[in-house]
Design a protein around this ligand. Structure first.
Ligand code: NAP
Length: 312
């Protein structure tokens, strides 16, 4: 069993920031990412709101730079399917059991992020990969000069609709409310974009097609009338679900996000938490990297205490 001071679970901006800070302060640090990495960062075409990064950079490039930076300071990044995490209270160590490896560590940072919420409507599952997508950067180029539907009204839906409008002939946004939840400047750009048509107060009820998506049925939520809209693709951006399966015992808020104090300490000693999986008011890359830095500082203090290295 390989031993580390710190194991960070998740290699998005929170996990990589924590990894960089931890390894730079000389903690032996393993960052475990899932076998199929799925950081939301790769979905961001133009990252335009990270302070100090100007002009905008591509999300995938930004993530690659963060990985290289963490590795440069000594962090190890590996991909594993984690099966179980348990604490040996006598030895004060955590055992992380993966499908093909086992590790032990003194502290853990949970940076598992959040995954895409589904619409849970007829045709969504059947046509996933055949016209239904949750990633514009990944699948947008397949819809060059075609018509696509974007569902949702938050930052993701608006920024992805903007990205798709540069590729597709037409983007139709369908949102259940009468205005966007997205940040004002982004929402305004979408409203002003001549290639984006917006249908407010409406919900997609089903997705239809044969081999691939051909149309959606949309319900007007004011008068309940239904209309069929022809489309080549449906991009779904209706929010996120926190990834907490491995941490059933940690205290969470009503939405299932992990509760921490301001030091990123969770309800279990030695387990810290950072990024989108954490209960907080504002989920951004900049707040994820900030969480990561604080969590790694707190983990480092905790490990010093375990090692009796604290000076009073
Ligand atoms: P979000 O902010 O939670 O927005 C989800 C949107 O989907 C809302 O408009 C919501 O409608 C709608 N929705 C939820 N469930 C639905 C359903 N079943 N059917 C139809 N519509 C549904 O999620 P997000 O846009 O994915 O963003 C997640 C977090 O990442 C946010 O904190 C966001 O600020 C952040 N983010 C930031 C950036 C950036 O800064 N560049 C980019 C992307 C994401 P209601 O409005 O009616 O609730």
């Amino acid at each position: 069993m390989k031993e580390y001071d710190l194991i960070i679970i998740g290699a998005g901006p929170a996990g990589l920031s924590a990894g960089q800070y931890a390894s730079r302060s000389n903690l032996s640090t393993l960052i475990i990412d899932s076998p199929i990495p799925n950081s939301q960062l790769v979905n961001i075409w133009d990252l335009e709101n990270y302070p100090g990064v100007f002009p905008a950079v591509n999300g995938f490039d930004f993530l690659t730079t963060m990985q290289n930076q963490a590795k440069e300071f000594g962090a190890i990044i590996e991909n594993h399917q984690i099966l179980n995490i348990a604490k040996d209270e006598n030895l004060n160590v955590f055992k992380v059991v993966c499908q093909e490896a086992e590790f032990s560590c003194k502290a853990i940072i949970v940076a598992t992020g959040a995954s895409h919420r589904k619409l849970e409507i007829s045709g969504e599952k059947e046509f996933t990969g055949k016209g239904v997508s949750y990633c514009a950067t990944c699948d947008g180029p397949f819809y060059k000069n075609k018509t696509v539907i974007v569902v949702g009204g938050g930052d993701s839906a608006c920024s992805e609709a903007e990205y798709l409008s540069a590729i597709c002939s037409k983007v139709i946004m369908i949102h259940r409310k009468s205005s966007f939840r997205a940040q004002k400047s982004l929402a305004q750009r979408v409203i002003n974009n001549p290639k984006i048509e917006i249908i407010f107060n409406s919900a997609v009820k089903s997705i239809e097609g044969n081999q691939k998506v051909e149309s959606v049925t949309v319900q007007n939520l004011n008068d309940n009338s239904l209309q069929k809209i022809q489309t080549d693709g449906v991009f779904v951006f209706v929010g996120m679900i926190p990834q907490t399966e491995l941490f059933e015992n940690l205290q969470k808020d009503a939405q299932g996000y992990i509760l921490t104090d301001e030091k990123m300490q969770t309800s279990q000693k030695g387990i810290f938490c950072a990024g989108d999986v954490r209960s907080k008011v504002f989920r951004q890359i900049v707040t994820a990297t900030s969480d990561g830095a604080i969590a790694s500082y707190s983990a480092s203090e905790y490990i010093k205490e375990l090692n009796n290295e604290v000076y009073s």
